[in-house]
Write a protein that binds this ligand. Sequence first.
Ligand code: SAM
Length: 224
Amino acid sequence: MPNQTPPEIQAVLDWRNGDLPVSTRFDDPYFSLANGLAETRHVFLDGNDLPVRLHPGFHIAELGFGTGLNLLAVVLVAEVPIRFTSFEAYPMAAPDIRRALAAFPEAAAVAGPFLDVWAQGQRVFQLGHVAVEVVVGDARDTLPAWGGRADAWFLDGFSPAKNPELWSPDLMAQVARHTAPGGTFATYTAAGFVRRGLQAAGFGVERRKGHGTKRHMTTGSLHP
Ligand SMILES: C[S@@+](CC[C@H](N)C(=O)[O-])C[C@H]1O[C@@H](n2cnc3c(N)ncnc32)[C@H](O)[C@@H]1O
């Protein structure tokens, strides 16, 4: 039978300061220069009140898988079986992910089994307590078709100025439609059009202190 899965369109990278991956397509880095793992914990974990909310079957979803750093930050704190689904249009090659993660020894320490299966093209796998699925394709197509609902969203596209398609009001409405009752989101950006899109989609939106020198970030929960 012919393989029905379309070929993946791989990420194309430049490396800045040695080991910071920068997308050539979007002209933007994958994570902050000033400690990406600390930023992940502040924005996406604390921003969704994790890990205290985790319970068996809890489902995290993400826009923009990139290096998998956010996944690994979750793996490091998950002590019960949970799910993590990420939407990614341009998967990175395993050697590029390995190189990027080398800057974060704590995350790299749990990344081995992920990198092994990723290199073989597996996009559904188990890592520690976390059942992972990376849905490959443009989230504008794949999220509307998704059958799941997340308890917490990590909105982690490139900056809204450079990657506006991953922050559009239509896509934020899809995020809301795929959020469980009481579900939340967190993102590092405080861009007005993103906040307004999330509000229009039905989220109560809050501004919190950003990581490091960043003044603001945005969190919210779905109106009951
Ligand atoms: C800032 S990076 C994500 C970083 C990532 N969460 C990590 O832990 O390394 C943004 C990601 O969004 C992806 N992306 C951009 N536009 C997209 C789209 N329309 N659909 C799905 N993914 C997209 C990029 O390829 C990139 O991997």
